[in-house]
Ligand binder design. Structure first.
Ligand SMILES: [Zn+2]
Length: 188
């Protein structure tokens, strides 16, 4: 298959995926068996940001913990420590290189999906398997503010966040050339 077709396949698969899994907020190309460095983030208004050839320029020192699920690990969730914000650079579907600072849930989703491009799952980021649980159990903790604070506090205290830049320079999937992105951009 030609590369532009891979990007189109990714766009189609992503749209279908978001329709089927209403709770999904992000998904990466490798999850559809497409070995390219791209993923998408969906915001609360169902707008999709397409992220191609992303790079992480900087992450905050502030670490926060929150629950994450993954379409590749159904019915389970993990309480995962992540930097609160990330300064990221990427191309969108129009081929434009953008630099954006993402915070909170957007930063978490970005870093989760970036990890997929490196073959890393959120399981690898857990400080302990104690924080990997069935969604029912996660719901119980989520619904009790005190209990959530207690769990999240312990995760952050245990977190030894490895520097994203130093851990992740190994590009496991090929970059998409800018000219290719331009070529595809005209179709959307
Ligand atoms: Zn995932």
């Amino acid at each position: 298959m030609e590369d532009p077709q891979l990007i189109e396949a990714f766009v189609r698969s992503t749209r279908a995926c978001f329709l089927e899994f209403k709770h999904a907020v992000a998904v990466s190309a490798p999850q559809f068996g497409i070995p390219h460095r791209m993923f998408s983030l969906k915001d609360r208004r169902d707008r999709i940001t397409w992220i191609i050839n992303p790079e992480i320029l900087e992450v905050s020192r502030v670490i926060v913990a929150d629950f994450e699920g993954c379409l590749s690990i159904p019915e389970y969730e993990g309480l995962v420590p992540r930097p609160y914000s990330v300064l990221a650079q990427f191309e969108d579907l129009s081929g434009k290189r953008r630099t954006e600072r993402l915070r909170g849930l957007s930063a978490r989703s970005f870093l989760h999906e970036f990890d997929h491009l490196e073959g890393i799952l959120y399981l690898d980021r857990l400080t302990s398997l104690e924080f990997f649980m069935h969604t029912d159990e996660a719901d119980k903790i989520r619904n009790s503010k005190k209990s959530f604070r207690e769990f999240a506090g312990r995760v952050v205290a245990q977190a030894e966040i490895r520097g994203y830049q130093s851990v992740l320079p190994k590009m496991s999937t090929p970059k998409i050339s800018s000219s290719l992105v331009d070529k595809v951009a005209s179709r959307f």
